[in-house]
Design a protein around this ligand. Structure first.
Ligand SMILES: C[S@@+](CC[C@H](N)C(=O)[O-])C[C@H]1O[C@@H](n2cnc3c(N)ncnc32)[C@H](O)[C@@H]1O
Length: 310
């Protein structure tokens, strides 16, 4: 059994049946706040995908990941929703909480701020931001993920269905931007996202984003001892791709080294002011895909980039 990487399911099985509730909106649009049914357990998948490393461009990555997150949003929220909390801001599987980290700045200064969350999923982080008095906009590629935002309750959060590589906002619309494992691990051209975020931020704005720590790519994505031996080159940037029997990508993640990420941030027009590597805390006994106390105590699992738009 192979594991997806950031998607963090237990197997690369895919669900080939029709979308669960309705065909996801494919245009960049605001998601109407209509009530949605409770998530239902997914049936056993009908076919298995193959995990490989091969090139995957921007359109192929977006298409595959939109489909994957639409099909797997229910499972993801069932598996991780309790850990994430409905209105907490958790940066990573280590459990680093914005309440203690204050990577977006002092909590008391969030009030009245326009904040963009990218790859928001069910918008848990945005809901926490709204509770602090901020005005969050939660953007995600996946219609089904945003439906979970509606299910949890998104009264205080504007939801926008769009690709992070083309943000549907005017220049200088936001004071802050954030992303907890959203979009950046999945896009072929991260500089496009960074440039877009810079464009929509006001001068002095911060963009803080977390991704899988690049060193993890040298290890199997397994939580146990088998995940502690280097099996591939850290320097191999070939994307991780799950593909169906016809060779169509159904899930894609892109690897960047630490140096690549720093160069991307600079090329995107930002100044890097911190790179946070959360340590595994003693209280967290929970595994999350390949993230586990065993590995977390030995090697970093998450990298959080704190960037400023001057
Ligand atoms: C690992 S989840 C993180 C969601 C949320 N921050 C959390 O911690 O649960 C990744 C999210 O990024 C979204 N995503 C992937 N590629 C994207 C893209 N190109 N543009 C916008 N969102 C994207 C997925 O739909 C998914 O909801």
């Amino acid at each position: 059994m192979t594991a997806t990487r950031t998607g963090r399911t237990k197997s690369p099985q895919i669900n080939t049946r029709e979308p669960i509730i309705q065909e996801p909106k494919r245009s960049e649009s605001e998601v109407e706040p209509e009530p949605q049914p409770e998530p239902r357990p997914q049936p056993e998948s009908e076919s298995e995908s193959e995990a490989t490393r091969r090139d995957a461009g921007g359109p192929e990555s977006s298409r595959a990941n939109r489909g994957w997150w639409d099909r797997n949003a229910d499972d993801y929220q069932v598996e991780h929703g309790t850990f994430l909390g409905d209105d907490r801001f958790v940066w990573s599987p280590e459990g680093l909480d914005e309440i203690e980290a204050e990577l977006l700045g002092p909590m008391e200064e969030l009030k009245g701020k326009d904040v963009l969350e990218i790859g928001a999923g069910a918008a848990q982080c945005s809901r926490w931001l709204a509770a602090q008095g901020a005005r969050p906009v939660a953007l995600d590629l996946s219609h089904r993920q945003l439906q979970h935002a509606l299910r949890i309750g998104a009264d205080s959060v504007r939801l926008v269905e769009a690709d992070a590589t083309a943000l549907p906002f005017a220049d200088g619309s936001f004071d802050l931007a954030c992303s907890a494992y959203g979009a950046l691990p999945f896009v072929a051209e991260p500089v496009r996202v960074l440039r877009e975020v810079r464009r929509v931020l006001r001068p002095g704005g911060r963009f803080v984003f977390s991704v899988t720590h690049p060193v993890r790519w040298a290890f199997p994505d397994e939580p146990g001892p088998e995940g502690l031996s280097v099996t591939s080159s850290y320097f191999d940037r070939t994307p991780y791709v799950e593909q169906d029997e016809d060779g169509n990508a159904v899930y894609v993640e892109h690897h960047r080294t630490v140096g690549d990420r720093v160069r991307d941030v600079v090329a995107g027009g930002f100044r890097l002011v911190d790179l946070v590597e959360p340590e595994w805390p003693a209280w967290n006994t929970q595994e999350w895909g390949g993230w586990s106390p065993l590995r977390g105590n030995l090697i970093p699992g998450t990298a959080i980039f704190v960037c400023v738009r001057d």
